[in-house]
Design a protein around this ligand. Sequence first.
Ligand code: NAI
Length: 313
Amino acid sequence: PTRILAASYATSANVKKITVIGSGLMGAGIVQVAAQSGYHVNMVDLKEEFLAKGEKIITSSLKRVAKKKHGDDAAASKKFIDEVMSRISLSTDSNKAASESDLVVEAIVENIKTKQALFKALDEAAPKDAIFASNTSSLPIADIAAATNRKDKFAGLHFFNPVPQMKLVEIIRIPETSDEVFNTLSDVTKKMGKVPVACKDTPGFIVNRLLVPYMMESLRLVERGDASMQDVDTGMKLGAGYPMGPFELMDYVGLDTIKFITDGWYKSGKGLVGDKLVAPSPLLEKLVKEGHLGRKSGKGFYTYEGVGADKGK
Ligand code: NAI
């Protein structure tokens, strides 16, 4: 008789319902691309008002997508937006949302204790086969996974801001992450129209491990008085073909975020402790202390018209 392989082989076909926890900048983006690709998604946050904010991020982004897709055809645009939105449910109960999900993606505040507490509770509440993923930028995936009893079904799923536009997703494997889980996450991200790359659980993964020291080096260059920040930005755009210079990029990411990441790595980043590449920068420290955090606060290295404005001066 034919031997039937009983081992459950997870594929993206098994992922039908996704829960995204955190409906901020990243969470809302992940919910949007998942729903646009046909997944049913639970969007979870602590309060209704935060969910409403996330919903607003999604609808305004979908309007832009609809305009590109359907131009001035208002009926077609409305149909497209309504269809995507119909696949999104809102909830303030992360355990209940996870209990009916095949994949849970966490995009909450970047705090190890908060993430561990969340995953500990989810581990009890979610089906035992559900895959857990964290969108963390700077915390070790292993430390977050340690709060669960499903390390084989745990990975990092690192999207980039703005999620609907940025094609890359880094999939971070801890030693326990199974091949099936990795392959499933790879398939799911491809279905979302993204390009997955794999990386071990090292500080910054691929992109930020290279980008953050580059940004810090640009700060040192200006601090030494070797060049002006405007000339550094122009240099990297016109000489290296980067779409933004490092100072424009830091304003976009948020100066508090850059400080948070480098402080963490300088103190406890594997292979980076005490490394001058990620040592504090006086210029960055000063701006953060003054509350100049970049575009989101209206001023960082450059000044922006109105808080959250798109155009720098
Ligand atoms: P955000 O501050 O815009 O959103 C976080 C959301 O999580 C908030 O709405 C907050 O109310 C909610 N939240 C906090 N604790 C919660 C809990 N226990 N349960 C449910 N919801 C909770 O933050 P953002 O920028 O979206 O970042 C989220 C995560 O994504 C962080 O881990 C960050 O490191 C990572 N990330 C951020 C990127 C960025 O460019 N902002 C890029 C890639 C990753």
